[in-house]
Design a protein around this ligand. Structure first.
Ligand code: KG4
Ligand code: ZN
Length: 338
């Protein structure tokens, strides 16, 4: 089954064709990052307009690259939630038009379910159930992936997402948007013990976490140094910050592996590209005797291949939409409108 998959939820327009949920025939991405960089973050209106300009050409290019025609497409999958509403709407409307014109099923896919499914592309042997740590720009949570379309949220951030914090600190350090990757690079040559930063303590739900205290403390430290004219060791600050985020995540990963008994652990989302988090989680997984599924860097960030992968399993589960499909800025991974 060839699924034409569309992703337009943030600042990447992406179109892919994925066969039977596991084989990527083509994966086209047009990034808008350079445009938004001027403003230090995504400008929603610009994102929507750029999606409109890019999406038709990308879809044609996807067919040409895969050496397929429109008649070879069996279904259309699209990110319908959550993120910038105008941006998601572009993809949803394009997907509706294609599905209607080709008279093929329309499959709505939750963006974060897509991130989790990126692992199915990288690891053909991976099947639910497994535990998944989701760390993206907008979400940080532990998910019990009971089945391809049956998930439970074990815990989540109570405030900021990890990616948001990486970007905020990077921005204050004058690193260009989105700064997570550059902060990660700087951290690699820093001393992670140089700056003491506050770590989120376990709350009522031990899998929940908080990053706003860490963000504020790091921002205060930077502003204070500026005010008193103290020169900061930027690489070490980045290393200390990354280590603190990683500790918050890995301590909960360890607990979750122990309590759930899962021996399969996956990581998903843009922040899964972080070198410190990857290394620390690999250690914990090894200690706990769990097999670790880390997507390659190319599948950590936003892409349409992951939407095609999850779309296949949504289709098998009967999750098909009609022409009334809407886009949602917020929607839980387990389906209910927030
Ligand atoms: O999953 P994603 O592509 O978009 C959302 O669905 O939100 O995640 C993007 C986030 C950005 O915050 C970006 O700075 C962060 O992932 N990111 C990183 C790294 N690479 C990307 N954060 C830390 N270290 C990295 N190496
Ligand atoms: Zn994403």
């Amino acid at each position: 089954m060839n699924i034409l998959a569309i992703e337009s939820s943030c600042d990447e327009t992406a179109v892919a064709i994925v066969q039977d949920g596991r084989k990527v025939l083509t994966d086209q991405i047009a990034s808008q990052v350079e445009l938004h960089r001027i403003y230090g973050g995504v400008v929603p209106e610009i994102a929507s307009r750029m999606h409109i300009e890019a999406i038709y050409g990308l879809a044609d290019q996807a067919l040409a690259n895969a050496n397929l025609t429109r008649n070879d497409i069996d279904a259309v999958a699209v990110t319908y939630a959550p993120s910038l509403i105008g941006a998601v709407l572009v993809g949803v409307n394009f997907a509706k038009a294609v599905a209607l014109a080709l008279n093929k099923p329309l499959i709505p896919v939750h963006h974060i379910r897509g991130h989790i499914a990126a692992n199915y592309l990288a690891y053909p042997e991976l099947k639910p159930p497994f535990l998944c740590l989701v760390v993206s720009g907008g979400h940080t949570m532990f998910v019990d992936v009971k089945d391809y379309t049956d998930m439970e949220i074990l815990g989540t951030t109570l405030d900021d997402a990890a990616g948001e914090c990486f970007d905020k600190i990077a921005r204050v350090l004058d690193m260009p948007y989105p700064g997570g990757a550059m902060l990660d690079k700087a951290a690699q040559s820093g001393d992670d013990t140089k700056y003491k930063l506050p770590k989120s303590k376990p709350g009522e739900n031990p899998y929940d976490m908080s990053f706003s205290g860490l963000k504020t403390a790091t921002l205060n430290l930077i502003h204070h140094a500026e005010q008193v004219g103290e020169e900061l060791d930027i690489n070490s600050l980045c290393a200390s910050f990354s280590a603190t985020v990683s500790d918050t995540l890995t301590s909960r990963v360890e607990l979750a592996l122990k309590q759930t008994g899962y021996k399969k652990l996956a990581v998903a989302g843009g922040v899964a590209a972080n070198s410190r988090i990857r290394a620390d989680i690999a250690k914990i997984a090894e200690q706990q005797g769990a097999k670790l599924y880390l997507p390659p860097l190319s599948l950590c960030g936003d892409n349409a291949a992951m939407i095609g992968a999850q779309g296949y399993y949504e289709y098998l589960a009967g999750n098909i939409a009609d022409m009334n499909l809407n886009a949602y800025a917020t929607k839980s991974i387990i389906g209910e409108t927030l």
